[in-house]
Design a binder for this molecule. Sequence first.
Ligand code: PMP
Length: 385
Amino acid sequence: MIEFSNRVNAVEPAAPFVITNLVSELQEEGEDIIDLSVGQPDFETPEEILEATHEALDAGHTTYTPSDGIPKLRRAAAEYLNERHGLDYAPENIIATPGGKQALFETVMAIVDPGDEVIVFDPVWSSYEPMVKLAGGEAVHVDLAPYDFKLEPAIDDLAAAITDDTALIMLNSPVNPSGMVFSHAAFEGVRDLAVDHDLPVISDEIYKELIFEKDQPSLAALDGMFDRTITINGVSKTYSMTGYRLGFMAAPTDHTTQAGKVHSHSVSCASNFVQHAAAEALGNADTDAIAGEMKETFRRRSETLVDLFAERGVDIPEPESAFYAMIPIESDDDMQWCKDAVREAGVGLVPGQAFGTPGYVRASVVDTEDQIREAVDRLDAEGFI
Ligand code: PMP
């Protein structure tokens, strides 16, 4: 018998995968499912990045690399953040990780001790709290649902959530799962509290290139924040490269030194040829064109989704970015609702409980407008709306 740790017993498998797995099973049985449950763009990886990947393989870049990443990638990532997001990082501030998710995990492991509290905002991406629990900490939730998922009206709630045990704030904007983009004032509110209470903040900006219209600062660019911010980003969403598994953290070197220990003792390094492809994406690809096409498409589809639900009397807080929307539902059990929706209506959606907001389901607009219409029709016909 294997006796498992309290740490691992404290967490559940990632809930979005419960639905995604059910969708795959039924699809394999030949069912026609419109899958709006997955968190990735339905776009091909751009040709020039694929070519760079082949070239890197042909050049034999198949060995280990320096743990923190190849110099070319760390340079490209720092320049990318500085030029496009108004930041001020040097290559030494970057660790390239297998996905931004790993950068988040290493950061939480480097900062959170057992008994520490970590503040998250609901709806929260489904892996934040499990990461905190795996580090032995406890997530403290600030609920944005009463404020239509906006952060600015919740700054007083954030202030009230901070205690002597608070070790970290985890901020994500643009937000998975609501598609919201937090305002300048909200960012400044977080900044003021972080500075007052001397707290570090993770700013997960992985969807920053997919903002429809609004302007969002990068947290580390605000006065007083460089030394206490860990910026998370990556190539998964911006360049439609989720399967490459390549992200990065950008942070002061005292943090990268500590997180780098978790990194080198767990993954050693990100995949070599993948790092070369990511350097091409961040350094040379036409980011405006690539991300621009995606975000226009996602914007149109999001509007369609919102309109289709509005016609049926359901108000979706209007997404401002990326490819997510949170749909209010009338059910006490959103997991069961989602399982039923897959089986009965043939539509894959993720239960809000995965994000700390039961009573909603998350839709990813990662299929054509026609398919989105069809999905809404099916949900309507089967009594889900
Ligand atoms: N942060 C958020 C908010 C995300 O939604 C995701 C991906 N779903 C990630 C980080 C990590 O992405 P990746 O590991 O593919 O870089």
